[in-house]
Design a protein. Structure first.
Length: 487
């Protein structure tokens, strides 16, 4: 019994390690064009770059400390208000204000929440996003809200135990595939050179050779396919699943590299949801669908997806002038230690404190499985195929317009990200940052924009410093302290 448990644990850990290592090897293949050639914005690395710079010190800038005092002060007061109700809370968080709350009649209530409020670190982070990205987020946020009203009015199905509409998630899935396809097309010369051996196999700035990366991808996916096949899934379905999964992963990584949006949940948008919905769960069979449901632990949401962080790590090393040769080794060690720790910590919490997160995931995933096994059709969902194609087509259209017309400001990444739930809490802060950046560039010029950078970095820094302190205090007093920030 104990030996069986050890073997199962070993293969589960190996599965998780292989899953993330394949992402790392894919990231290596795209590091050179995305980091060195295209020089994408990578907004999330601006803070660590500035505070670790050896040429200039941002800490002597008074605007930095003014902004840090503002955002940190709000976090400090609201944290105290959470612990001591006698302290008045400053309710600026989007959680407290919902413009859609009075809208209770169908079909208008189908658009969901419309929170309005300020998240200081999002205002600071969005300032480093390109203006067309900021503009696209706002426009497409309204576009998806309108679509929700229309689709629910027409009677389209919602995902079990959620407010998500299936056809809209299928559009988002198509959009992610479209973004990945455009990214692959843009790197086609590099990929051809890499496969033919002309891309420079011995470059000292690469984390590993391209040959090693390709072999790592092939053997990693091969191991995971065999793992799922032994679990009971058809091999063709396992291969299809992982191909789609890593295409979606690449699309999400591209979005983060260009936009830097800190939250990208994409609930129920992975291939574990799309394949049974579109191909038909009854047609796939109970065994295939059951194994597919077990993959929900890394497909339930892509909020904490590893690959965007890997690409940002490589971009950070490149811009800081630090070698990335130990990148793969560091990820491998972190994966092994992290996975072992998670197995123990999460099970310990689940058994001692009830494991509310574990129950939530289990309830949603098994309810979805029950619906598939009970109500699903064995016919191809042509509407779902059309929805995926529509999302894919919109991305190609927006890309073509941006390529042909300089005045076209709508970006396909904004279209894909704006269907996620978490954008509800970010959109107004993104709008504030858009107005600030647009006003500075239009009326004061690039010098004023450069001078304003420390202020917006301070908005991020103040909230994160105080938020980290509240996290430590919360662990000491065994409470999750809500302070109205991001951390």
């Amino acid at each position: 019994m104990v030996l069986n448990y050890i073997w199962v644990s070993f293969f589960l850990i190996a599965f998780v390690v292989a899953l993330v290592l394949v992402m790392a090897y894919v990231t290596v293949l795209f590091r050179r064009p995305w980091v060195t050639h295209e020089k994408l914005s990578y907004p999330t690395i601006q803070l660590p770059l500035e505070i670790t710079s050896t040429t200039t010190s941002i800490f002597g800038n008074r605007w930095l400390w003014l902004a840090a005092g503002i955002s940190g002060g709000f976090a400090l007061i609201n944290g105290l208000a959470y612990l001591y109700p006698i302290v008045p809370e400053i309710k600026i968080h989007p959680y407290h204000h919902d413009l859609a709350r009075p809208i209770t009649t169908a079909p208008w209530n189908a658009m969901g929440r419309l929170p309005i409020g300020v998240l200081f670190p999002v205002v600071g982070l969005a300032f480093f996003m390109p203006l067309d990205m900021l503009f696209s987020c706002i426009v497409f946020y309204a576009f998806w809200k309108i679509q929700r009203v229309i689709t629910v009015t027409l009677g389209f199905q919602r995902v079990a135990y959620s407010s998500y509409v299936v056809i809209l998630n299928q559009q988002a899935f198509g959009a992610l595939i479209g973004i990945a396809t455009v990214a692959l097309w843009g790197c086609r010369k590099h990929l051809v050179q890499m496969l033919t051996g002309d891309a420079g196999q011995n470059l000292t700035d690469e984390p590993t050779s391209y040959r090693t990366a390709i072999l790592g991808i092939v053997f990693g996916i091969g191991f995971m396919v065999i793992f799922l096949w032994k679990a009971g899934m058809a091999m063709w379905l396992s291969v299809t699943f992982f191909l789609l999964y890593y295409v979606v992963s690449l699309g999400l990584t591209r979005i983060r590299a260009e936009m830097g949006v800190p939250l990208h949940d994409f609930h129920f948008t992975g291939p574990d949801q799309m394949l049974p919905d579109i191909l038909g769960a009854s047609r796939l069979g109970a065994k295939n669908v059951t194994v597919m449901s077990m993959l929900g632990f890394f497909n339930f949401t892509y909020r904490a997806h590893p690959q965007p962080h890997q690409m940002e790590g490589l971009a950070l090393l490149n811009r800081a002038g630090v070698s990335s040769r130990r990148f793969i080794l560091a990820i491998t060690l972190a994966l092994i230690v992290g996975t072992l720790s998670l197995f123990w910590v999460y099970l310990h919490i689940a058994y001692t404190d009830g494991g509310s997160s574990l129950q939530r995931f289990a309830r949603v995933i098994y309810t979805r499985l029950a619906n598939w096994l009970t109500y699903s059709s064995n016919e191809l969902d042509t509407t779902g195929v059309q929805a995926v194609g529509a999302g894919f087509g919109v991305v190609l259209f927006l890309t073509a317009m941006r390529t042909r017309f300089l005045w076209w400001k709508l970006h396909p990444a904004g279209f894909a990200i704006s269907n996620s739930r978490d954008i509800n809490y970010l959109w107004f802060s993104i709008f504030i940052s858009f107005l600030a950046k647009w006003g500075l560039l239009k009326y004061s010029g690039i010098k004023s924009y450069q001078s304003a950078r420390p202020f917006f970095i301070g908005l991020i820094l103040g909230d994160y410093i105080v938020g980290s302190v509240w996290t430590i205090v919360g662990n000491i007093v065994h409470k999750r302290i809500f302070f109205g920030g991001m951390t």
